[in-house]
Design a protein around this ligand. Structure first.
Ligand SMILES: Cc1ncc(COP(=O)(O)O)c(C=O)c1O
Length: 389
């Protein structure tokens, strides 16, 4: 096979390519100008309308009760920080898991220093899945303010079985938050059916929007202290932060070109259908996992049941350091994969791959069968020692 461009298998970091309409929308917004909420002239109003439409599209995609509870951020990390620092106070208690990304682990560690109690419930060392009953047990030990779960692992792709957890939390006076960084756009998610209180996600991974976009959803009735204070375009006479959503948590100029791209991406997702995207993802996951399992020296991590997997697939090859595999894939075969700890050291401790980590491949909607074939042939050659670093 003659390669004309690199094979991109790092969609868990950021999706690539984006739908064509996304590139066009970013360019169009940059050319149109105007800052949402800043002025009543036509450019500002058009920009404001675009932001409104993007919130509406998110509310529709996730079946949220209200679109103005979506706060736009730069990425999932900012959204998670806004939720955690905005909510938690000394004396509060949080139950979470051992498969969290550093976007969760590090703010929680800082909050622990400030007097918040953190309890991490261990995931299964083979599947990477945390039992709901174990989470519930941990929540009941002492009064708990928040249950925070990584919906899909960015290391081994496990989808946490969260059905019923939100309702259970609601009945026990506990807030339920999901880190949806790897699930938004990949797995169908219904905020109302799942009783989700807080949901953080990037716009640039499964949602197929540009980097520099993300959001936090804050359910009705939950108030957060802002992470950032400043101009919101309205009530300019006051030196106090406005109380109304979404402005209260959205100070400063929004990333309009990014949101225009996200809006176009959301239209693409709606037209294609999340179910269709998930079906395609499952086909690719199945092909990769089956291919890898057939290679003698490959150790594949995560669940054997593909239905419990999202796009991140981790493996190692006997006698190879993951960094070496990543180097060969990139330098000799133009295959972009990620190696190491993937910003989730606890997850690697859980499956026994700390500190060197794993090789992670993550296909996307536009990945082709031929690309996967080439990747699998390359791993076979490594297995047969036909490639050298
Ligand atoms: C599970 C998980 N949470 C949070 C993040 C952080 O996302 P972002 O880079 O958009 O801040 C990532 C990024 O890879 C992730 O995989």
């Amino acid at each position: 096979m003659t390669l004309t461009k690199p094979i991109y298998l790092d969609n868990a970091a950021t999706s690539h390519p984006k739908p064509e309409a996304v590139y066009l929308a970013v360019m169009e917004a940059l050319r149109a100008g105007g800052s949402p909420g800043r002025g009543s002239h036509r450019s500002a109003m058009a920009a404001e309308h675009l932001v409104f439409e993007t919130r509406e599209a998110l509310a529709e995609l996730f079946n949220a009760a209200s679109s103005d509870r979506f706060i736009f951020t730069h990425n999932a990390t900012t959204a998670i920080n806004q939720a955690l620092f905005g909510l938690l106070r000394p004396g509060d208690r949080v139950v979470t898991t051992t498969v969290e990304h550093n976007a969760v682990t590090r703010p929680l560690r800082e909050l622990q220093e400030r007097g918040v109690a953190i309890v991490k419930v261990a995931a299964d060392p083979v599947t990477g899945i945390v039992k709901s009953s174990a989470l519930q047990e941990a929540c009941l030990c002492q009064p708990t303010r928040l249950l925070l779960v990584n919906h899909c692992s960015n290391v081994f792709g496990s989808i946490q079985p969260i059905e019923g957890l939100g309702r259970w939390c609601h009945d026990h006076g506990i807030l339920f938050m999901l880190d949806g960084a790897q699930s938004a756009g990949s797995v169908p998610i219904d905020f109302q059916a799942l009783n989700i209180d807080l949901f953080a996600a990037p716009g640039h991974k499964g949602l197929l929007g540009p980097q520099g976009t993300g959001f936090l959803y804050v359910n009705e009735g939950i108030e957060l202290v802002p992470l950032i204070y400043g101009g919101t375009g309205a009530n300019s006479h006051s030196d106090r932060q406005p109380q109304i959503f979404p402005e209260c948590l959205e100070s400063g100029t929004l990333n309009l070109p990014g949101l225009a791209g996200l809006s176009a991406a959301l239209q693409f997702l709606q037209q294609t259908g999340i179910e269709q995207l998930r079906t395609r993802e499952l086909e690719l996951i199945e092909k990769i996992c089956t291919g890898l399992k057939n290679i003698e020296s490959v150790k594949l991590y995560g669940s054997d049941d593909v239905m419990l997997r999202a796009g991140a697939i981790s493996f190692n090859l006997t006698n190879y350091d993951p960094a070496e595999v990543g180097f060969i894939l990139d330098q000799q075969e133009q295959i972009s994969a990620r190696v190491g700890l993937h910003c989730a050291p606890d997850a690697h401790r859980t499956i026994g791959t700390y500190p060197t980590g794993t090789v992670r491949v993550s296909p996307g909607y536009f990945t082709t069968e031929a690309e996967i074939d080439h990747f699998l042939q390359t791993i076979e050659k490594l297995n047969d020692k036909k490639l050298k670093s």
